[in-house]
Design a protein around this ligand. Structure first.
Ligand SMILES: [Zn+2]
Length: 481
């Protein structure tokens, strides 16, 4: 491969969709699979996924959740038990009908989500108030037979975590929903450096079978909205169909209250879109698998061993101080090649060491987010790198935050609404009468949906943009991925 084949050939601002695909493929995040609609998570994206797992596991384990694994096969009769749930998922379910040489007596779904199989089991495990709360989570793959697919954002198989909890009271389930939502917000904002709006979903947009759904939603640079995670209160819907009952302290029988919640590998797609630039990925320091790369600069007739020795010394110093650093000492590649490759991969800091640097006890650093280069004294390396990592993390968040704020537009009429959607996209703040009919009409006519209803009610500033009757809520619309 020539160096010219390596880089991205279109500009993010000119052809966003092509830029996205090239960035994903060329940075080594993913590849197309030899199966239609599926993808391969390569080392670079899997390492990011492992970071997400590490952060999220720590947070939920502190709250007393435990990880488990349930089968990926779900009997049709299980899926059918909760009618709304079945209706919601059946268009995308992939089925197994044959095992070995024999036709199965009952079709098995490849899990599109696990509420049914987990709740059928909870019915067996939960007997008394002493068994509650039950708080389990699983990391697994999910299959949804999507028609139009896009790497990370929508593929027939993807990875996620799904939490499933059972509680004695609605209040406990409400608290759980909100606590998980705040962990998601923290994960997305403080690690992925992507600012979000949080709120409740409308009845039309809620999870199939839930009492209500809450969500974190982020804005992408093309003006479309990406749902980053959801946390549902399932009420007693599943408890009733799966008969999950417990004997309370009052010695009477009660149904449990439940929640479920998830984030998936589509978050990696958001990372690409929000922070990436014309040279490739730009990864936030708190989520990147590699925070700093050291590249020795060899010329002819210089003592390579001397430079390598210094490079290893710097590497050790950084690693000892908690920086995830690597040394790229591959002799078969030129420094220029390596610069391009690590830029494509989005590594926040590059450290260059040449013969003159060794002699003068200095180093040259380059920031991935701003391309700024700085010469520093060798002895300052740990402090400077740590400070830079913090700066890059907050710079990425601030940039994205400004973009989000600049792209929340308040409108008072349907004409303004359509105009904004066409010209700018983003989140559109508008007043709504709370009728599902108006919501559906708007969706039909413009493709925009209500992304969230804010938790703290905002005061309506006009009538319903669709029917012009009195508005009940201020909501945030957007066209979603
Ligand atoms: Zn209306």
């Amino acid at each position: 491969m020539k160096m010219s084949d390596m880089g991205i050939t279109v500009k993010k601002s000119e052809n966003f969709s092509e830029w996205y695909t090239q960035t994903v493929l060329k940075s080594g995040l993913a590849d197309y699979a030899p199966i239609k609609g599926c993808m391969i998570f390569r080392e670079h994206s899997y390492a990011i996924w492992e970071k997400i797992q590490e952060i999220f596991n720590k947070r939920i384990k502190e709250k007393g959740h435990k990880n488990v694994y349930f089968p990926m096969f779900i009997p049709e009769s299980f899926l059918k038990k909760e009618a709304e749930h079945f209706e919601g998922f059946v268009p995308e379910v992939a089925w197994i009908t044959i095992g070995g040489n024999s036709k199965l007596e009952e079709k098995l779904a490849l899990r599109p989500t696990s509420e049914t199989i987990i709740n059928a089991t909870y019915a067996k495990w939960i007997r008394s108030w002493r068994d509650l709360p039950l708080k389990l989570n699983q990391w697994c793959n999910i299959v949804r037979w999507e028609k139009a697919t896009k790497l990370f954002l929508r593929t027939r198989e993807f990875l996620w975590q799904e939490g499933h909890t059972a509680h004695a009271t609605k209040e406990e389930a409400d608290t759980e929903v909100m606590e998980i939502l705040s962990i998601y917000k923290d994960l997305v904002e403080n690690y992925l450096a992507i600012p979000v709006l949080v709120g409740k979903k409308t009845e039309n947009e809620k999870f199939a079978g839930a009492l209500y759904t809450t969500a974190v939603e982020a804005l992408m640079p093309d003006g479309k909205v990406l749902q980053m995670g959801t946390s549902h209160n399932l009420g007693q819907n599943f408890a009733k169909v799966f008969s999950i009952k417990f004997i309370g302290e009052d010695e009477k029988e009660h149904y449990v209250w439940q929640t479920s919640w998830g984030v998936s590998t589509r978050m990696i797609g958001a990372l690409v879109m929000v922070h990436g630039d014309d040279k490739g990925l730009v990864l936030p320091p708190k989520i990147t698998p590699v925070q700093a790369v050291i590249i020795p600069i060899f010329y002819k007739n210089v003592d390579q061993e001397l430079i390598l020795e210094k490079a290893r010394e710097i590497l050790n110093k950084l690693v000892e101080n908690g920086v995830t650093a690597v040394l790229d000492d591959r002799p078969a590649y030129t420094p220029g090649w390596k610069f391009n490759e690590w830029e494509l991969k989005g590594v926040p800091i590059r450290i260059e060491i040449g013969p003159r640097d060794v002699k003068q006890k200095q180093l040259t650093l380059a920031r991935r987010d701003t391309f700024e280069r700085l010469a520093i004294k060798e002895e300052e390396i740990v402090d400077v790198v740590n400070k830079l990592l913090e700066e890059i993390q907050s710079n990425l968040f601030d940039r994205a935050k400004k973009f989000l704020e600049d792209n929340i537009t308040a409108v008072k009429t349907y004409d303004e609404f359509k105009e904004t959607l066409k010209k700018k996209g983003g989140f559109i703040r508008a007043c709504w009468c709370s009728s599902p009919t108006c919501e559906e009409k708007i969706k039909e006519e413009t493709g925009a949906t209500i992304r969230i209803v804010p938790f703290e009610k905002e005061k309506p500033f006009s009538n319903c943009i669709y029917c012009d009757k009195e508005a009940k809520d201020v909501v945030y619309f957007g066209r979603a991925y």
